[in-house]
Design a protein around this ligand. Structure first.
Ligand SMILES: C[S@@+](CC[C@H](N)C(=O)[O-])C[C@H]1O[C@@H](n2cnc3c(N)ncnc32)[C@H](O)[C@@H]1O
Length: 181
């Protein structure tokens, strides 16, 4: 419909203020990496790649038994964001978290745990690695033990948890808003 076209930004307008393709590699990224602990769903992983790229994060680590960005399911949600966001597959989540700790990253796990705090109370220090857990098992116990902070999104209804990519969207946007303010 015509009125819709006039109100929505066109592709040229959407690109305004963004780095060019040539500039993208040298643009300063937000000091946040995402670690996906044995996620099973290529759809969820694709959503998180698109999110991480839109938020100009440093990198996504796919740890353990995760679908890689070569599947059609991944492409449905990632929309080719893997071309831009740095990513790496690592065989073991714990080794990856230890390496990030040694590089000075604070480890923040997203999980409903006995010691988790609401995300609105978290004060992040940077650089930060956000860990998101498997769709059924959540973040592994040994990773929770290694974490500097465990944060949760409060649930007011009957659900036990949220979809991992919905959770990542809220937590990462909140962290970026705080970082940029
Ligand atoms: C579907 S949940 C995992 C299942 C959950 N541990 C269970 O036993 O039902 C998948 C991942 O999403 C994130 N997540 C989902 N809802 C969350 C919430 N309310 N607070 C924090 N993390 C959440 C966590 O990283 C979690 O490991």
């Amino acid at each position: 419909m015509r009125w819709c076209k006039m109100l929505q930004k066109n592709k040229t307008e959407l690109r305004e203020g963004k780095p060019s393709r040539q500039e993208y590699g040298t643009v300063q990224k937000h000091p946040i990496v995402v670690v996906l602990d044995n996620l099973n769903s290529a759809f969820n992983i694709g959503v998180i790649f698109r999110l991480a790229e839109a938020l100009l994060l440093e990198k996504v680590y796919l740890c353990g038994d995760c679908p890689l960005p070569d599947s059609r399911k991944f492409q449905t949600t990632a929309k080719r964001s893997e071309k831009w966001i740095a990513w790496e597959h690592k065989s073991d989540t714990k080794d990856t978290v230890m390496e990030l700790k040694n590089e000075g990253y604070k480890i923040v796990s997203a999980e409903l745990s006995h010691n988790s705090i609401p995300y609105t109370e978290a004060i992040y220090e940077y650089p930060t690695a956000f860990i998101f857990g498997n769709e059924k098992k959540g973040v592994s116990e040994d990773i929770l033990e290694l974490s500097d902070t465990v944060v949760h999104l409060p649930i007011y209804g009957m659900a036990n948890s949220l979809n991992v990519s919905s959770c990542a969207s809220v937590m990462l946007y909140d962290a970026i808003v705080a970082l940029r303010s």
